[in-house]
Write a protein that binds this ligand. Structure first.
Ligand SMILES: Cc1cc2nc3c(=O)[nH]c(=O)nc-3n(C[C@H](O)[C@H](O)[C@H](O)COP(=O)(O)OP(=O)(O)OC[C@H]3O[C@@H](n4cnc5c(N)ncnc54)[C@H](O)[C@@H]3O)c2cc1C
Length: 413
């Protein structure tokens, strides 16, 4: 067994969210360790794991000096969004120009986000990878963590332990923190498709009663699709030959996408992810805090999981950027403040996502009529649309966080 190493903060999980947190905290002078299960972190996947980052998240990553490299690897611009229900009237169209921004969001490959984060962390943090937490023990002044690393047991200690280890968080389980939520009994089938014509920087969301189907514009004029399917349907769609799959996709997309994009011509590899809602009952407990998917896993319909995780980081960093935190980063007062900050945002985004799914899941005629009218209202009622635009682009949260920053700098002056 090696000698025990001491850190201020130990982060378990070196994905995007754990990585960005490590970067921010190292800049504040904290001694950071990252425990990551994979030897080199997230590698290239086929099909690509793609996410839509809001304009607000892009601004944040730019502030951290990461965006230039992410964009250089290829970021699709979402300049227009269309939301509709096939075979129903009512359509919401959102435009970046209406929100006064260049793009409402950006479509990026997760590995292209991870790479510059890892490069920026070089020499600033201590990595344990591949490594796993075996156990941890609370002490009066911190937490002792036992790792399996490099073929032997390694002991480290910290004032604060962060669970950034994704949906099936080991840290959440070991801390005895339960979750609220349910299995959607749906799988998200992801793949890329190339169409006859350009995607014109447009993202489409087609709400079908069996589940939503989203088209996100990639930087090379392909679309990345996320198609929510019942388990048996997902198995069938995974097994179909490409040509048949494209036909079925074309039928499902219907008048929403085809008039603009033309026929779907070629298809990349397909993969399926289980879709679930899982929200931790507590975001923090005795020297432990959860961030990113470890704290909340949402259905990807609104494309908010990673955006929400980045806002966890902003709020946690704000709490830890204080004289109290510099004395003891695991102070329960700070962790309660973090949990309180996050609760409303996670509930609002989770609630909005679930209400969209529920309201489009029912095929009753009067509900279809109502949905058509609701979409029509959102399109024509400007104050309602402005609100929607602010949320879609993440501008609401951007304003809130810059206000908080201003407030903080005013008080520290
Ligand atoms: C189909 C689909 C589409 C999506 N689309 C969008 C979108 O458009 N926009 C959006 O904002 N979000 C989207 N999301 C959600 C988004 O992908 C997640 O919210 C985000 O990737 C979570 O990042 P994370 O760093 O918290 O967790 P993860 O990405 O899961 O990273 C966790 C890290 O912890 C490591 N790890 C795991 N277990 C352990 C352990 N026991 N010990 C040590 N390390 C461990 C893993 O190797 C990994 O590096 C989508 C999700 C899905 C499934």
């Amino acid at each position: 067994m090696n000698q025990q190493q001491g850190f201020d903060v130990v982060i378990v999980g070196g994905g995007v969210i754990g990585g960005v947190l490590a970067l921010q905290l190292s800049t504040l002078g904290y001694r950071i360790a990252i425990v990551e299960a994979l030897s080199h972190g997230m590698g290239k996947t086929d099909p690509e794991r793609v996410v839509a980052l809001s304009h607000g998240s892009q601004c944040y990553l730019e502030e951290l000096g990461l965006w230039q490299d992410i964009a250089a690897a290829g970021a699709g611009h979402i300049r227009h969004i269309e939301v509709r229900e096939p075979n129903n009237h009512g359509l919401v169209q959102m435009d970046a120009a209406e929100a006064g921004v260049d793009a409402l969001g950006y479509v990026v490959e997760i590995t292209d986000v991870v790479r510059p984060i890892y490069a920026a962390l070089e020499g600033k943090v201590t990595w344990f990878r591949p490594a796993r937490v075996l156990s941890f023990q609370h002490q009066h002044d911190g937490i002792r963590i036992s790792l399996s690393y490099d073929g032997e047991e390694q002991r480290i200690s910290a004032a604060l332990l962060i669970g950034a280890d994704g949906t099936n968080s080991q840290i959440r389980r070991m801390a005895g923190i339960g979750t609220h939520g349910w299995d959607h009994n749906r799988f998200g089938l992801v793949a890329s498709v190339r169409c006859e014509r350009t995607h014109a920087d447009t993202a489409y969301e087609c709400f079908r009663s069996s589940g939503p189907l989203a088209f996100l514009p990639l930087s090379d004029d392909r679309f990345s699709i996320v198609w929510a399917l019942a388990p048996q349907e997902a198995v069938r769609m995974m097994d179909l030959p490409d040509r048949m799959f494209l036909k079925r996709l074309q039928r499902a997309a219907d008048e929403s996408v085809l008039p603009r994009s033309g026929r779907f011509e070629s298809l990349g590899k397909r993969a399926c992810f289980p879709l679930e809602l899982r929200i931790a009952k507590e975001y923090a407990r005795s020297r432990i805090a959860l961030i990113g998917n470890a704290a909340h896993t949402l259905h990807p319909v609104a494309g908010q999981g990673m955006n929400l995780g980045l806002r966890d980081v902003i709020d946690l960093v704000e709490v830890l950027d204080s004289p109290l935190a510099k004395k003891d980063a695991g102070n329960p007062l700070l962790l309660s403040a973090y949990a309180e900050k996050r609760r409303a945002d996670v509930l609002a985004v989770g609630g909005f996502t679930e209400s969209m799914l529920v309201s489009f899941a029912n095929d009753l005629d009067w509900l279809r009529l109502l949905r058509g009218q609701a979409l029509g209202l959102m399109q024509t009622c400007q104050p309602l649309k402005d609100e929607l635009l602010q949320h879609a682009s993440g501008l609401t949260h951007l304003r809130k966080s810059s206000k908080a920053h201003m407030k903080q700098s005013e008080t520290s002056l």
